[in-house]
Ligand binder design. Structure first.
Ligand SMILES: [Mg+2]
Length: 296
């Protein structure tokens, strides 16, 4: 677990590795998403802190999605979740009674696997993944579980970081040493530094990745918000229109939305800033959402 102040300082310390923020304007405060729904043709939703916290839907989220569909709004879920497949994400939304279709979900895992061939062709990838991940969706790629005791770290030709669930400081030290000994591509499937969960902020692949970059000089390829590929995939089949990115974090959702040329909406009562006044964070970072609301 990481305190918010530390996570925030780290996000600001790596700002030059993130897309540039949009020109700072003023944030308009509204009560809920339906208050501004008329202004947009559709929405790109972050998941954690907007639709759900952990395995629980945020009160009102299901009703909001239903109302937006009645209004004919286009919907995408743009989530930096790489630990499980898109099909597993769909099952999770179903369990929470959130009306979402598979082709509306764009997870950073999907984005990473879709772009892996552009990083390098034909490599044997060692994946840092959740337990029992079988990589069935890594179609066309040779991928093994790096934490499988039978896998030699010297025999893999690139590293893909999908989940920090089993990652530890000693493993990080070992990976840094392996990369120093023989540099290889590192691909990060979740750029988040932390994730808000029921017990506090957990350390996520992005956090470990920036530490690796500091220690080895190897610049990882990040896929997912705030980087452009996730937005390109999400927007590719939505058609022209006025779209807004809605999320709970400034350095991923809002920054990425601005870089993609979207309107941005910050959710303040759940997720990263739950229980905090967001104004000082917005002022300190210069990442200014167009709209803020407590909860959808
Ligand atoms: Mg979130």
């Amino acid at each position: 677990m990481l305190p918010l102040a530390e996570a925030w300082a780290r996000y600001e310390a790596i700002r030059d590795r993130l897309p540039a923020a949009g020109a700072p304007g003023r944030t308009r405060q509204v009560a809920g998403l339906l208050d501004v729904a008329d202004e947009f043709d559709g929405f790109l939703f972050d998941s954690f802190g907007v639709l759900n916290v952990g395995e629980t839907a945020i009160p009102g989220a299901a009703e909001c999605l239903t109302a937006l569909r009645r209004m004919g709004k286009r919907i995408r879920i743009l989530t930096n979740a790489a630990s499980y497949t898109g099909d597993a994400a769909l099952a999770k939304y179903r369990r929470m009674n959130l009306d979402v279709a598979r082709d509306e979900i764009v997870s950073s895992r999907d984005v990473t696997l879709a772009h892996l061939g552009s990083v390098a062709q034909g490599l044997r990838w060692g994946a840092i993944a959740a337990e029992d991940d079988c990589f069935a969706d890594a179609v066309g790629h040779a991928m093994v579980d790096l934490l499988d005791p039978g896998v030699s770290w010297d025999a893999v030709e690139g590293f893909v970081f999908l989940s920090s669930a089993r990652w530890t400081v000693p493993l990080q030290d070992r990976l840094a040493e392996a990369l120093m000994r023989r540099p290889r591509p590192a691909v990060i499937g979740n750029p988040d530094l932390v994730a808000p969960r029921e017990g506090g902020l957990t350390v996520e692949p992005g956090f470990w990745a920036h530490d690796l970059q500091d220690r080895t000089g190897i610049v990882p390829r990040f896929f997912g918000k705030p980087y452009p590929e996730a937005f390109e995939i999400a927007l590719s089949d939505m058609g022209p229109g006025r779209y807004a990115m809605i999320g709970d974090t400034l350095h991923t959702d809002i920054l990425g939305g601005q870089a993609a040329g979207l309107a941005t909406i910050l959710v303040t009562d759940h997720g990263l800033f739950a229980g905090q006044d967001t104004a000082p964070f917005i002022a300190a970072s210069g990442i200014v959402p167009d709209i803020a609301l407590p909860s959808i």
